[in-house]
Design a protein around this ligand. Structure first.
Ligand code: MTE
Length: 336
């Protein structure tokens, strides 16, 4: 899909800038100079008192051998949309195992060990396996895909992820006929991830799930990288899911287990608030969250440093059904 055919064109086209300008490392490291020349109209919301320069100067702990990066950009998933700046996607995170404070995740996750990282793929499959995340990453060719990412909290980003379709792995392990769902599980290490102990009333470990046909849809990306590099811990190193037509909490991070099961798995958020975070959770502007509208979203583009702390630079855009991926996934939900 290119930008002109993208259904949200009217709302974001005036923000279109060459992707390279926005994503290249050089642009990232000369961010301040770059921002000065970038006239992006948008609202500003204060988010953190942490100094941006502090965050930028420290290198991220990258999860795995980076010789496979950057992977080739997929032609099919290379829309001409403006992209969220790397420093935003890597400093404004939801990762409750560490903290519920988005801008603190990176700091609290920086010493978390992500190698070696055994991942178990099993349950109702013919060929169960336990492999290290590095081996999992090398199992199929990686590609980069630019996806829209919509959080249930009504903010969004546009991010280049690196991985391969989960369907490749599922075909390899061969689900048995009785397998109907895929259950994903994150690590449960309270000594290393302080949020697990702090919020001990949450139903750890973080669990997510997809119907098998959703998991087999080529858009469902088993993800190892972001912005042309291995995932940093705060983004879910060493391996996570990205399911772009569903709210962001379905995109589970730091996976340790992928299990094919017969019954619909109980997910972390569903166990907490079933009416607010149901299993399916497709992005749907016509269906409000019980506590807020889902008709619009804040497309976050950048963080700017200011006198009173950092602020988010975003543009309010209309939310699209299936987050703009109707062509690829709407058929999954037609009445059979
Ligand atoms: N996965 C785990 N294990 N723990 C989490 O707290 N948060 C989810 C999802 N995956 C979460 C998780 C939510 S609510 C969102 S919006 C995305 O991760 C955020 O991904 P990002 O920080 O890479 O933008």
């Amino acid at each position: 899909m290119n930008e002109t055919s993208h259904p949200n064109t009217n709302h974001v086209s005036d923000l279109s800038l060459p992707c390279e300008m926005i994503t290249s490392k050089r642009a990232f490291f000369s961010r301040r100079k770059f921002i000065k020349g970038l006239a992006v109209a948008g609202s500003i919301a204060p988010i953190s008192a942490l100094s941006q320069s502090e965050k930028e100067n420290e290198p991220d702990s990258l999860s795995s051998d980076s010789s496979l990066f950057p992977a080739k950009r997929s032609e099919e998933h290379n829309p001409g949309w403006i992209q969220t700046k790397k420093n935003v996607a890597q400093t404004y995170n939801n990762f409750y195992e560490f903290t519920t404070r988005k801008t603190m995740v990176r700091e609290l996750a920086k010493n978390f060990p992500t190698s070696p990282w055994p991942v178990e793929i099993g349950g109702l499959v013919e060929n169960p396996m336990t492999v290290d995340a590095q081996e999992l990453m090398e199992m199929f060719p990686l590609e980069e895909r630019v996806y829209r990412f919509r959080c249930v909290e009504a903010w969004s980003m546009i991010v280049p992820w690196t991985g391969y379709s989960l369907s490749r792995l599922l075909e390899k392990v061969q689900p048995k006929p009785e397998a109907k769902f895929v259950r994903f599980e994150t690590f449960n290490l309270p000594k290393l991830a302080p949020g697990i102990e702090k919020y001990n009333y949450y139903p750890w470990p973080y669990v997510e799930g997809l119907r098998l046909d959703e998991a087999m849809n080529p858009l469902s990306l088993l993800t190892f990288g972001i912005y042309g590099e291995p995932l940093p811990t705060q983004n879910g190193a060493p391996v996570r899911m990205i399911v772009p037509w569903k709210y962001g909490y379905k995109s589970i991070k730091s996976i340790v287990k992928i299990e094919l099961v017969k019954e619909q798995p109980k997910t972390f958020w569903e166990a907490l608030q079933p009416d607010e975070y149901p299993f399916e959770s497709n992005v749907d502007p016509s269906k409000p969250h019980p506590r807020w509208s889902q008709a619009q979203e804040k497309l976050i583009l950048d963080i700017e440093e200011g006198f009173f702390g950092d602020s988010l630079n975003y543009r309010t855009v209309k939310t699209l059904p299936y987050n703009g991926y109707s062509d690829q996934v709407a058929a999954l939900y037609e009445q059979k």
